[in-house]
Design a protein around this ligand. Structure first.
Ligand SMILES: NC(=O)C1=CN([C@@H]2O[C@H](COP(=O)(O)OP(=O)(O)OC[C@H]3O[C@@H](n4cnc5c(N)ncnc54)[C@H](OP(=O)(O)O)[C@@H]3O)[C@@H](O)[C@H]2O)C=CC1
Ligand SMILES: CC(C)(CO)C(=O)C(=O)O
Length: 298
């Protein structure tokens, strides 16, 4: 089973380092420099003070079509997907494709891909990248995965082999799986980015908690019948479990990088518009994040 990973960011490097224990893995990077560093120095993984180094293959993305893969994990940010989708449409149709993005705006474009086996996933690991090929595992969880098109068989070898140290969990319904994750990302990410607070402060400060509940109420008005009963409790649990962490959106704003707000709140607002629903607090939050992005881009 030849595994390809597109994107040598925090998630891509973690998947590459983990899966290369059992499978031949090639990481496709945006730059030649990063591919060279991975080839020569390996991927350094720090977890709970322990350091390990793994040596998957690596190649720049412009050599992608020269490689034959059985399955490919796509680990770029939502807004980086269009360029990747073009490459995937031009290349072989045979590999199974697994999309690891937060948010849900990619679902519409996935339908346009000709591939037989498509999967979406909700990554519950927390990983940081500190240098070209250096990552830090800040919370080892699991990867929930669901079939978008095709069946489970094309990647069942990976799911079975990687357990228990790098677990995957099959979910029957991709929409409710991604919605659960998106509920947390819709409430926690933009609020922490605007307020510049850790995930834990959202529930320890009673006024921030009221705001979080308001955002959740608006979110659930759009997806009411598809959200699981314990979705709010799960968000509170994530805030508690990741209390000292800064959300990825807060880190993106602080590092002057674009955020995934369009794939998260933008998607929620587009679904609300289709149902003629107004979400005033969530809409305001969306404009605040877009405004912060605009300010940093100036
Ligand atoms: N980090 C985490 O713990 C979690 C992340 N996620 C989700 O996973 C996805 C990836 O996140 P994360 O790894 O943190 O993001 P990063 O920004 O760390 O990684 C994205 C990587 O994609 C690379 N890339 C961009 N464009 C291309 C291209 N055209 N060809 C090849 N590579 C490209 C970037 O390269 P370069 O740096 O050279 O620009 C970068 O290395 C996101 O949707 C995120 O929401 C979900 C759960 C947890
Ligand atoms: C779950 C949460 C909010 C943890 O910080 C996350 O996924 C993120 O920061 O993007």
């Amino acid at each position: 089973m030849k595994v390809g990973i597109i994107g040598g960011g925090a998630v891509g490097l973690f998947f590459a380092a983990s899966l290369s224990q059992w499978f031949p893995v090639t990481v496709f990077t945006r730059t030649q420099e990063q591919a060279h560093t991975i080839q020569t120095k390996g991927i350094k993984v720090e977890e709970a003070g322990e350091l390990s180094v793994r040596f998957p293959e690596a190649a720049p993305m412009d050599q992608f079509s020269r490689h034959a893969m059985d399955c490919i994990f796509i680990a770029v940010k939502q807004y980086q997907l269009p360029a990747i989708l073009e490459r995937l449409k031009e290349s072989s149709l045979s590999p199974a494709l697994i999309f690891l993005q937060n948010g849900m705006s990619h679902l519409t474009v996935l339908k346009t891909l000709p591939h037989q086996h498509l999967y979406v996933a909700a990554v519950e690991h927390g990983v940081l990248k500190s240098d070209t090929a250096d990552i830090h595992v800040r919370g080892r969880g699991q990867t929930k995965i669901a079939v978008f098109r095709g069946d489970e068989r094309a990647i069942s070898a990976i799911v079975e082999q990687a357990a228990p140290s790098f677990p995957f969990e099959w979910k029957a319904d991709y929409e409710s799986m991604l919605l659960g994750k998106m509920a947390a990302n819709s409430v926690i990410n933009p609020l922490t980015a605007v307020l510049r607070v850790t995930n834990g402060e959202l529930i320890s400060n009673p006024y921030y908690l009221k705001m979080a509940k308001t955002i959740y109420r608006e979110f659930s008005s759009v997806f009411a019948n598809k959200l699981s009963a314990g979705a709010w409790e799960e968000i509170v649990h994530i805030c508690r479990k990741t209390a000292p962490n800064r959300s990825s959106m807060l880190k993106d704003i602080e590092s002057k990088r674009p955020t995934e707000v369009d794939a998260i709140l933008g998607y929620v607002l587009s679904q609300a518009a289709e149902k003629d629903l107004k979400l005033p607090a969530l809409q305001a939050l969306y404009y605040m994040i877009k405004g912060l992005e605009y300010k940093e881009a100036e």
